[in-house]
Design a protein around this ligand. Structure first.
Ligand code: GRG
Length: 296
């Protein structure tokens, strides 16, 4: 096995891509346009950060990666679903995602809506086929992931985000919105592994849950920073799109310097939560640093 987590990323990415490929109907399966759009939305690039967090949390808890494939694939399918909806004219109205035409531009709006609609149940179908997990783990995963993407998770966060355009929010309210819109699914990527671990103590569970919450909020603040100062090549769309939509973002409300400082504070607090795990937490630490330091 390669020595560092960085060297294992390619293998984990291939692993989750194989799982996604196996879960998605073939592009030649009828209705071909729908299945082509679903595959396009999943395979048009993407860092696979959420599945990588699941596998890294699995390394931390010494869980067989084969057990982690189902949540890793399910969460990436839901992530792909959310991006397709996020890009629609009724939401952020983006033409580019990951440097390529968004699904509604490559296909059409109705097909994009349907492709996203079909990715969500597919995620839960994948979870329903989870094999070899501890008793009750599959249903706990379904509870975790439905809550993470529902109206008190990602969808609720998106709703608050849309309503907040042009508004001034306090830092606490903004971070609450981030914790729902982006953080809930990121956190679920880590907590999924916790649900599959053997005899995890409640304090270790709480530590990884706190790590996931802080990294989830830091991820969104970093995404905001990159939207302002990132290269189009790195962010896959023209910089400044949040500003043109008058989005309530951390840099827009508090400035870039405060945003960088808050990311660093969240990273430091997240890393403190890894201390009980010793060396097995190095992959999670590496990913947390990658999330906050990418593009620097
Ligand atoms: C899907 C349940 C559900 C609801 C739809 C549209 C919506 C409600 C929610 C959108 C949430 C959203 C798009 C949050 C932004 C999260 C974010 C920073 C995405 C970018 O993630 P990366 O950088 O993307 O991991 P890649 O391209 O690497 O996969």
């Amino acid at each position: 096995m390669p020595e560092t987590f960085k060297d294992r990323i390619a293998a984990y990415t291939t692993r989750v891509d194989q799982g996604l490929d196996a879960a998605l109907p073939a592009a030649k399966t009828s209705p071909k346009r729908l299945h082509g759009a679903m595959r396009y939305g999943v395979f048009n690039g993407g860092k696979r950060v959420r599945p990588l967090l699941t596998y890294a949390a699995g390394e931390c808890l010494e869980i067989d990666p084969a057990l982690l494939d189902a949540p890793a694939v399910a969460i990436e399918l839901i992530h792909a679903f959310s991006l397709i909806h996020d890009d629609l004219p009724a939401m952020d109205d983006d033409d580019l995602r990951r440097g390529k035409p968004t699904v509604h531009k490559q296909y059409d709006e109705a097909t994009a809506i349907l492709a996203a609609d079909a990715l969500q149940p597919l995620a839960f179908s994948v979870l329903s086929k989870l094999d070899g997990a501890p008793d009750g783990a599959a249903i706990k995963l379904v509870q975790l992931i439905t809550e993470a993407c529902g109206s008190t998770g990602m969808t609720g966060g998106q709703s608050i985000d849309l309503a907040a355009e042009g508004q001034t929010l306090s830092a606490a309210d903004l971070e609450h919105m981030y914790s729902l819109k982006t953080g809930a699914l990121i956190n679920a990527s880590i907590v999924s592994a916790c649900l599959l671990g053997d005899n995890l103590s409640s304090s270790d569970f709480a530590a990884l849950d706190s790590f996931g919450r802080d990294i989830g909020v830091a991820f969104q603040i970093k995404d905001d920073i990159l939207d302002i100062e990132g290269d189009t090549d790195v962010i896959g769309k023209p910089a400044g799109s949040d500003e043109s939509l008058n989005k309530a973002t951390y840099p827009a409300l508090f400035g870039l310097e405060a945003s960088r400082k808050r990311c660093d504070e969240l990273l430091a607090r997240a890393l403190e939560n890894l201390s009980p795990f010793g060396r097995t937490a190095i992959p999670l630490e590496w990913l947390a640093r990658f999330i906050v330091e990418r593009g620097r």
